[in-house]
Design a protein around this ligand. Structure first.
Ligand SMILES: [Zn+2]
Ligand SMILES: [Zn+2]
Length: 72
């Protein structure tokens, strides 16, 4: 006796990535897209980057950005 199995993978919402901060209905199809959304909207990596050559100071705080050259 042989049982025939028709196996159909069920597509679930597990492939959708949702922003946990927005908590709105928007879901992203790929992890990369969601990551970009989060990093640009919620956690901007670097807002202020020091324009002085050789200085690698990067900060998202404006006061830090101005202060770091004062402490010599
Ligand atoms: Zn979001
Ligand atoms: Zn600097």
């Amino acid at each position: 006796m042989q049982r025939m199995r028709t196996y159909r993978p069920i597509r679930s919402d597990i492939s959708k990535y949702r922003c946990v901060i927005c908590k709105d209905a928007k879901a992203y199809r790929s992890k990369g897209t969601l990551k970009r959304h989060v990093s640009t909207l919620h956690f901007p990596d670097v807002i202020y980057r020091c324009p002085i050559e050789g200085c690698s100071e990067e900060t998202w705080r404006r006061d830090n950005y101005h202060a770091h050259h004062n402490r010599k």
